[in-house]
Design a protein around this ligand. Structure first.
Ligand SMILES: Cc1cc2nc3c(=O)[nH]c(=O)nc-3n(C[C@H](O)[C@H](O)[C@H](O)COP(=O)(O)OP(=O)(O)OC[C@H]3O[C@@H](n4cnc5c(N)ncnc54)[C@H](O)[C@@H]3O)c2cc1C
Length: 396
């Protein structure tokens, strides 16, 4: 059993190339883009050139044929400069296109995935509704069959990439009386349908990552746009949430790492009372806690990703060890991200309160990870449920 985080040469090259790109292309734009809350133009084309968009997709679609460990590493590395844009890339490539890939037909994959890999198409995923957040199964969006089409009515809220997406995967009730057993998964190309509206939502954190309220009013989609089986949406949704929670742990990890690195540098340079503030024990305590938190979270996330890569079907959801490991990864990292962000701002003092310093963005973005992809409360419920399973015997 390997007990360290020694990445392969290929993984190191991936990390180096993404970091170089993030430092040279992304970092110089971030202060301005965060201020105006706009996603940098050509972000996804850049991701396509770097091979990140299709990192987990087969080479025949233009992907790199790698796994969730590499996906997590890529998201962590982007987040060392921008947590928000790492989330935006993850929302498109993992939440939307990877979920689609795992459930679509070969012909559908062959049509859609090459456009996702190049960055021509950006994707989004719709689960959450104005009145169905944590209780996602109570969703009210309906899909009614009419001939060879489904008519969609309802709405989805907080949809990452909604304002810029060309492609959407979403869930709707196909048999409302059956509750969770009446949910199905659909997709559509934004410019091929009528009756859908995307309205941008203003946020104080995760700026640059566009978020939308999506409204469906008699939107028609062909019946072949139902994927994963009629009324089988819950399995698709919960499986997708597992890979989402694991890989998007990279967003908070990258932010944590930058908080530590930037704080360390600043604490050594900033002089008060005639000494660098790093010489004060209360500052050292924060740095030591940040290091321990980041390293512990890293273990949870990468071990969950490696476990997921080792599974043949990679299915998560209720009754699987993957569900517990994925929820634990994002629970710990989400809460640690907020703590580390707060400590970093404290080390920077008043300068940490100014938007000119990247640390302010790292701090603002972290809080989302206690909310998005199922809140901390819901993740604890999942972990406890899986621990109390009658057949639970492994994983400690
Ligand atoms: C920036 C951003 C991006 C997002 N991106 C997407 C996306 O791309 N796609 C998508 O579908 N969704 C997305 N979301 C939505 C996100 O997943 C939801 O916000 C989240 O699941 C919580 O739902 P809610 O906001 O309705 O909160 P609620 O469910 O109303 O929860 C409010 C509070 O009550 C607590 N609570 C609820 N039920 C229980 C319970 N049973 N026990 C204890 N406490 C409970 C919650 O933990 C929380 O603290 C995004 C959200 C944000 C802010």
């Amino acid at each position: 059993m390997a007990l360290d985080f020694t990445f392969t040469d290929e993984q190191r090259m991936l990390e180096d190339s993404v970091l170089k790109w993030a430092n040279t292309w992304l970092e110089p734009q971030m202060e301005h883009m965060y201020e105006i809350d706009e996603m940098p133009k050509d972000l996804f084309k850049q991701m396509g050139e770097l091979g990140i968009n299709g990192i987990a997709f087969d080479e025949k679609y233009g992907g790199a044929g790698l796994g969730y460990v590499e996906t997590l590493l890529a998201y962590e590395t982007i987040a060392r400069v921008s947590n928000a844009l790492s989330m935006t890339v993850g929302a498109s490539q993992t939440l939307c296109f990877d979920n689609f890939r795992r459930n679509a037909t070969e012909a559908q994959r062959a049509y859609v995935l090459p456009k996702a890999c190049t960055g021509e198409w950006i994707g989004c995923l719709g689960i959450t509704e104005p009145n169905a957040g944590s209780d996602a199964m109570s969703m009210a969006t309906k899909a009614e069959k009419k001939g060879d089409k489904y008519i969609i009515n309802g709405s989805k809220i907080f949809i990452t990439n909604g304002p810029v997406a060309q492609f959407m995967v979403f869930y709707a009730k196909t048999d409302p009386a059956a509750g969770p057993k009446g949910i199905s998964t659909f997709f559509f190309e934004v410019d091929k349908v009528k009756g859908v509206k995307f309205e941008k939502i203003k946020k104080w954190g995760m700026r640059t990552s566009p978020t939308a309220l999506v409204t469906f009013e008699d939107m028609e989609v062909p019946e072949e746009n139902l994927i994963g089986g009629l009324n089988k949406g819950v399995a698709v949704l919960t499986s997708g949430l597992c890979t989402e929670r694991i890989t998007l742990s990279g967003c908070t990890l990258g932010g944590q790492r930058s908080c530590l690195e930037l704080s360390l540098k600043y604490a050594k340079e900033r002089v008060q009372f005639g000494k660098p503030i790093a010489s004060f024990q209360t500052i050292q305590e924060k740095l030591a806690n940040m290091y321990c938190g980041y390293k512990a979270g890293k273990f949870l996330a990468y071990s969950a990703a490696a476990y997921c890569d080792s599974l043949t079907n990679k299915s998560g959801g209720k009754g699987t060890d993957l569900d517990r490991m994925a929820a634990a990864s994002l629970l710990f990292n989400g809460e640690m991200g907020t703590k580390i962000g707060l400590d970093a701002i404290q080390i920077f003092g008043g300068y940490g309160y100014c938007t000119e310093y990247a640390i302010s963005r790292h701090f603002l973005d972290q809080k989302l990870w206690e909310i998005g992809a199922g809140t901390s409360e819901i993740r604890r419920m999942i972990i406890a449920r899986e621990l109390m399973r009658d057949d639970f015997k492994s994983g400690l």
